[in-house]
Design a protein around this ligand. Structure first.
Ligand code: ASP
Length: 439
């Protein structure tokens, strides 16, 4: 009789999860606890404590030293002893000296920054493979970038073919190779992306992303200390929250798994019994109308008013044209009958506000043109909002009770999101008020 095989899982471990030998022991226990965890994607060793430096940062530094013709000196020694120390602490029969010597020589010989940075994952992958008795797969063999720097779709077949056996595989995160055979990395935090690509290639049941928090929190714990983890959130809701500054996963990590409907489970390596957050394609919005609240400072709003604006064909386009000509991208454009506002991130605006105003004045001849600076935007995100009658009322009465003056409102057309603009000084109070209403 065939025995039931549990569907395979990808387990990606972030930098803090693999920072020390003690952390790697936790990883080992997690992998051993579930035979489905067969595809393991590690980051390079991250910070062991708050004063520590990530190995990836040290590797970038060695490349810069080499480029300036300076010796790699203690920076390299720190990296090398970090790895050899972990191997010794784990009691592994693994001699890293030849690999370390080769990497050092190549960096000294002028290897590019991507090569240097990627070696944290490449070397640590070998350590983890030895610890877990897994097959080590060099990501440069299976993760390919095309000439434009995008993922080459052949990657998926290569991973599937290379990892076809019944055992465990360790595939280091963060890098692959370009069409010239050179090592190329994703952007920072890119091991999340590798994990998602591996999950897609192997059609696994679950992509576990192990980190140092018990899931995505409903809001920033620096603002609401007791912020609860989100039990379940859709890919789309997560995207809305991340866009507003909640940083959880690498931005590009959602797409490969979403394509196959593979859920992502954010888990805590230090508290493995915690269920963490499930990121799914669909959820039942009945349980939780609002899943999360994210806010950021640093926006300016330009308000235009003109009588009979609504009858003037092309008004909105000409307003946005001004921003486009100046190469400034905008965030939101709430409109009224005779009013239109454009919300711009200060980072985008730089010191060009006067230019924007002059051009708007010349192009639109508005009756009034006003600016509100130092605005914060808060996104209250939840898929069920459009069906749950009274959500907006609850949101605004919570803000009113907290005496927060709402300066702007924008409901995203997805109806998954209500964005309010408040003065920067009110940001924390406003987030707390919304959290207490919906958590
Ligand atoms: N080690 C890389 C970084 O620090 C990639 C990763 O950890 O995901 O960005």
């Amino acid at each position: 009789m065939p025995t039931a095989v549990s569907p395979a899982k990808v387990a990606k471990f972030g930098g803090t999860s693999v920072a020390t030998a003690a952390q790697l022991r936790k990883v080992q226990a997690i992998i051993d606890a579930d035979p489905a965890r067969r595809f393991i994607v590690p980051s390079a060793p991250g910070k062991a404590d708050s004063k520590d430096t990530k190995v990836t940062d040290l590797l970038y530094l060695t490349q810069q030293l080499a480029a300036q013709g300076q010796p790699l000196g203690p920076v390299w020694d720190g990296i090398a002893t970090r790895f050899t120390g972990i191997v010794a602490d784990l009691g592994l029969d693994l001699d890293l000296r030849p690999v370390l010597a080769e990497v050092k020589a190549r960096i000294e010989g002028g290897a590019n920054a991507d090569y240097a940075a990627s070696r944290g994952e490449a070397i640590h992958g070998r350590v983890l493979a030895a610890l877990l008795g897994a097959d080590y797969v060099d990501a440069a063999e299976v993760v390919l970038f095309d000439r434009a720097g995008r993922l080459d779709p052949r990657t998926y077949q290569l991973i599937a073919a290379r990892c076809a056996g019944p055992g465990r595989y360790v595939i280091p995160g963060f890098y692959g190779r370009d069409p010239h055979g050179e090592i190329k990395t994703f952007s920072r935090g890119g091991s999340d992306v590798t994990g998602a690509i591996v999950a897609n290639a192997l059609g696994v049941a679950l992509y576990e992303n192990w980190t140092d928090v018990s899931g995505v929190l409903m809001t920033d714990p620096r603002v609401v200390a007791e912020a609860k983890p989100i039990v379940e959130i859709t890919y789309r809701e997560l995207r809305e929250l991340s866009y507003m500054g909640a940083s959880v996963l690498h931005e590009e990590a959602v797409f490969p798994v979403r394509e196959k409907g593979i859920p992502i489970n954010i888990r805590n390596t230090n508290l493995p019994a915690d269920p963490g957050t499930m990121i799914v394609a669909e959820r039942d919005p009945g349980h939780q109308v609002v899943v999360g609240i994210a806010g950021t400072k640093g926006f300016t709003v330009v308000h235009l008013e003109k009588a009979l604006m609504n009858a003037e064909v092309g008004f909105g386009r000409r307003v946005l044209d001004v921003f486009e000509r100046l190469g400034i991208s905008y965030e939101h454009t709430p409109t009224g009958i005779d009013t239109m506002s454009v919300v711009v991130a200060d980072k985008q605006l730089g010191n060009r506000l006067d230019e924007v105003l002059e051009d708007l004045q010349a192009a639109l001849k508005p009756d009034s043109l006003k600016v509100t600076a130092r605005m914060a935007l808060i996104a209250t995100v939840g898929q069920g909002m459009n069906h749950a009658v009274g959500t907006a009322a609850r949101l605004f009465s919570a803000l009113a009770k907290a005496r927060v003056n709402v300066r702007m409102i924008d409901q995203g057309s997805s109806e998954q999101n209500i964005i309010v603009g408040v003065e920067e000084a009110d940001l924390a109070t406003a987030i707390r008020a919304i959290y207490n209403e919906f958590a």
